[in-house]
Design a protein around this ligand. Sequence first.
Ligand SMILES: NC(=O)c1ccc[n+]([C@@H]2O[C@H](COP(=O)([O-])OP(=O)(O)OC[C@H]3O[C@@H](n4cnc5c(N)ncnc54)[C@H](O)[C@@H]3O)[C@@H](O)[C@H]2O)c1
Length: 261
Amino acid sequence: MNQVEGKVAIVTGGGSGIGEATALLLAAAGAQVVVTDINLVTAEETVETIKDQGGEAICVQHDVTSESAWTRVCEATLAEYGGLHILVNNAGVSGAGLPDFEEATLATWREVMNINLDAVFLGTQKAVLLMKDSGGGSIINLSSVMGMVGGASAAYNASKGGVRLLSKSVAVYCGNMGYNIRVNSVHPGFIWTPLVRDLVDHMDEGNMTEEGLREMLTERHPIGRLGVADDIAKGIVFLASDDASFITGSELVIDGGYTAV
Ligand SMILES: NC(=O)c1ccc[n+]([C@@H]2O[C@H](COP(=O)([O-])OP(=O)(O)OC[C@H]3O[C@@H](n4cnc5c(N)ncnc54)[C@H](O)[C@@H]3O)[C@@H](O)[C@H]2O)c1
């Protein structure tokens, strides 16, 4: 049985990488998808692909750091589809190119926190307010293996670690309040998307090649390959579905063994 059929989903950062793959997979499974991105052109392309494949979707231009933009996204979702059952807080940045820890400033720290953590607070709060009145739902927040171990910039690690515990905290809150709302975090290993590909420009004083980066990152994954966006999208769709109805406050690690070493 299809367990997301007829559900309404918002996917942020749906114009690229993991968000795009998730939007496509949710729509293919019968969900109505609101694809949002700060880059409207790429969000529109995702919606076109969904429609070409017979699915239902709309797109909304959305800077996740803006509370008023979140209000617009929620209003558009209610106007088009009448409710909300699934939110995937996926939009994020790597912070590549920002200074090392010793040179970091409060401004560069906040730049990453604002998108990767503060925006997840905004989206999660808006979703709880909508979902509690429409029978419940599932919120999936993109953390990272870098939310469990160090190895990226301090700001990225801290933002993703924050997403992990924000998710657990709201999961417990919703349970205590008697809302039928599940909240979970997803922790990808390295997935070959623009976010990771772009790291090449900031490594080894610009002498790193894409092939070299791939090889270096692959070695850290016992499974012997990097992930692809669909590897993560499949886990997200599972958490969104009724098959995961007993899963809340949990962390789904999809990392090819990265954190098992
Ligand atoms: N790729 C990986 O290896 C990896 C690993 C762990 C976690 N993640 C996380 O997964 C999520 C998606 O990453 P990805 O690799 O697909 O990245 P990506 O760069 O391919 O896509 C990110 C999307 O977010 C959008 N975005 C950026 N800032 C935004 C803003 N302020 N408002 C709205 N949209 C914004 C971008 O336009 C882009 O479409 C991120 O949260 C990332 O931290 C990625």
